[in-house]
Ligand binder design. Structure first.
Ligand code: PHB
Length: 397
């Protein structure tokens, strides 16, 4: 077994792990990020595509990407569609901010390129990962690297950025953590289509047939979703059936026309809200989906992960400089302040816009009343705009 040393061992080299490794490098702190997947596996997993204002700023200011400004699309609002008509939420007017349409896969590729350019130590395709000695002074990360060599990485600190199905969060003994869950009685059917853009901004639609979301990728490729049963199977949905369902949910008297084309990829996305607290156990810290999951309505997942690692990089820098893990105590309260706001926002957008088969006519009518209240009220619309574009980063304590 090969023994190695680093300051921060990072389990997971998705956007959270790579951004952390990048921010630490800017502060002169060594790290090694290990991921069980290959770079191309991560790059080809489609995820959400909306970046908050602060996420874009982090990418640009830390020198990861100006591609987001060149190739991303600034969105100054969204459309809420219900009762067959669009209602615009104007982010600029209400919150003085925009979001950027820039897919998570592009964020990942920019980060992986930046790490490679700067000589960052990232090990993709590392199997049999395990973590150990979390409460000691030198936690370890063991794995078998891409060449089949077993390695033990000894660290000052370990970060679990290994996603919602990763191993790190399960290493916290049950008596030292609390897990909060919410399951939903629906999922999203997501697809990529070779079609022209249907509308200048994203459309979040509620209809009696269920939710639909019209998002975008490029001039010629679009990303869309519709609410489906969690047990839905991709093979039961032909292209024609998908377009028919989308049209049914987007129908209205305003002449809106969805522009269709061949479907390139189809997936069913499960829905779940989850938080594990605290985010620290000994010298291990959890970040991103490893610590919390949100349903995709509102696209908060990646933005939350980036906000976590921004706080974490600063706290780790203090701990490393002081040669004392004391500053780690600040991580959980600072990160959770944003996490629970985003949990509420994602839950609220989800329940307001989806149809719950278990509910009755009262719930249906009540949710339409809620939407009508939001779009008619300056305060209601501003609340949505502030949440969607992201709250300002937590102030250091
Ligand atoms: C996407 O473009 O993939 C997307 C956009 C907004 C969401 C979720 C996903 O709320």
């Amino acid at each position: 077994m090969r023994i190695e040393h680093t300051t921060v061992g990072i389990v997971g080299a998705g956007p959270a792990g790579l951004m952390l490794s990048h921010l630490l490098a800017l502060a002169g702190i060594a790290s090694v990020a290990v991921d069980a997947r290959t770079r191309s596996e991560i790059e080809n997993t489609h995820r959400a595509g909306i970046l908050e204002h602060d996420s874009v700023r982090l990418l640009v200011d830390s020198g990861v990407s100006d591609r987001v400004l060149r190739e991303g699309h600034e969105h100054r609002g969204i459309r809420l569609r219900f009762d067959g008509a669009d209602h615009r939420i104007d982010f600029q007017r209400l919150a003085g901010a925009s979001t950027w349409l820039y897919p998570q896969t592009a964020v990942f590729a920019d980060l992986a390129d930046a790490r490679a350019r700067d000589g960052g130590d990232v090990r993709f395709d590392g199997r049999d990962t395990a973590v150990d000695r979390l409460t000691g002074d030198e936690p370890v990360l063991r794995f078998t690297d891409a060449d089949g060599i077993e390695a033990e990485l000894r660290c000052d600190y370990l970060v679990g950025a290994d996603g919602s199905r990763g191993l790190c969060r399960a290493q916290v003994p049950a008596e030292h953590r609390t897990q909060y869950f919410r399951e939903y009685p629906f999922a999203w059917f997501g697809f990529l289509a070779a079609a022209p853009v249907s509308a200048p901004e994203l459309i979040y639609a509620r209809s009696e047939h269920g939710f639909a979301l019209v998002s975008q990728r490029t001039e010629t490729v679009q990303r869309m979703y519709f609410q489906c049963d969690p047990g839905a199977r991709v093979e039961d949905w032909s292209d024609e059936r998908i377009w028919e369902e989308m049209r049914r949910r987007l129908a209205g008297g305003d002449g809106f026309e969805l522009r269709a084309g061949p479907i390139l990829e189809k997936t069913v996305l499960p829905f779940r809200s989850f938080v594990q607290e605290p985010l620290r156990y000994g010298r291990m810290l959890l970040a991103g989906d490893a610590a919390h999951t949100v349903p995709p309505t509102g696209a908060k997942g990646l933005n939350l992960a980036l906000a976590d690692v921004r706080v974490l990089a600063e706290i780790l820098e203090r701990a490393v400089r002081q040669r004392d893990p004391g500053p780690l105590d600040d991580y959980t309260p600072r990160a959770l302040a944003r996490v629970w706001k985003a949990q509420h926002f994602s839950y609220w957008m989800t329940t307001m816009l989806h149809r719950d088969e278990r509910g009755d006519g009262f719930d249906e009518r009540r949710r339409l009343g809620e939407l009508a209240g939001i779009v008619a009220s300056e305060a209601g619309a501003r609340y949505l705009a502030e949440g969607y574009t992201g709250w300002p980063a937590a102030v250091p304590v």
